[in-house]
Design a protein around this ligand. Structure first.
Ligand SMILES: NC(=O)c1ccc[n+]([C@@H]2O[C@H](COP(=O)([O-])OP(=O)(O)OC[C@H]3O[C@@H](n4cnc5c(N)ncnc54)[C@H](OP(=O)(O)O)[C@@H]3O)[C@@H](O)[C@H]2O)c1
Length: 214
């Protein structure tokens, strides 16, 4: 699949590396000098990496990850096509700088704001409740970590479910996009918990299930 990752920071690099390993055609959209960034990422990944301007990355992709700060993603939204928009994977956490809360209106979410602005796009909220360290290396001794995701469009959800599984998580669909605000709050909770217990990036969520007989 042609995957575009807008942003070459911690999350972009982690997802890009996992999807390249899974055999996808990954391009990075960056504001930086393209050849310099391409060289930097290729060296880091130990394989050839393609970088493009945001416009070209958007035009090239079947699915796009917004791997940048929320403010930057809002500024980028006008560049996204209203018709035939790639699937938009929203991993954004709109955290206030002091981590006291979220900067989106209460009960809303970045994913719903994006979906409102791009009514013909398929926005899927995913990858926001795991640290970039866990995205880069999701191996935990006890079990596979869980990635919760949500979205309004079944086809896009199915695609993103596979992309989550390819990164190395168990994917759990938590419903339509109205659940995204809960995922953003859950990310904040997870970050605060990791800080309190000094877990750093070495913690992940896991949903346990059992049959009623057991
Ligand atoms: N870090 C985590 O553990 C984690 C986990 C889950 C979700 N998230 C969320 O994922 C998103 C990315 O986080 P991150 O940790 O990868 O951030 P990061 O390491 O700071 O990287 C963000 C990237 O976004 C691009 N960017 C920064 N400012 C921009 C601007 N004004 N306009 C356009 N592009 C800009 C830059 O790429 P270029 O310089 O190449 O353009 C930058 O490398 C955030 O919304 C964050 O809340 C983070």
């Amino acid at each position: 699949m042609k995957l575009g990752i807008l942003g070459t920071g911690r999350v972009g690099q982690a997802l890009g590396q996992r999807w390249l390993a899974a055999g996808h055609e990954v391009t990075f959209g960056t504001r930086q000098d393209l050849s310099h960034k391409e060289e930097q990422l290729s060296e880091l990944f130990g394989q050839s990496v393609k970088t493009l301007s945001h416009d070209h990355c958007i035009a090239h992709a079947e699915a796009l990850v917004l791997a940048m700060p929320w403010q930057a993603a809002q500024e980028l939204t006008p560049k996204l096509p209203q018709e035939n928009c790639p699937i938009l994977i929203d991993c954004l956490n709109p955290l206030s700088p002091d981590l006291s809360g979220l900067v989106v209106p209460a009960g809303s979410s970045t994913a719903e704001i994006l979906q409102d602005r791009l009514p013909h796009a398929s926005v899927v909220k995913a990858f926001n409740c795991a640290s970039s360290g866990t995205l880069a290396d999701p191996s935990y001794p006890e079990a596979k970590p869980t990635m919760l995701f949500c979205g309004n469009h079944e086809d896009a959800n199915t695609t993103v479910q596979s992309l989550i599984e390819e990164v190395g998580f168990e994917a759990v669909d938590v419903g339509d996009l109205s659940m995204a605000s809960h995922l953003e709050s859950l990310a904040l909770l997870t970050i605060k918990m990791a800080i309190k217990h000094r877990w750093g990036a070495n913690c992940a969520l896991k949903i346990l299930t059992r049959t009623s007989e057991s």
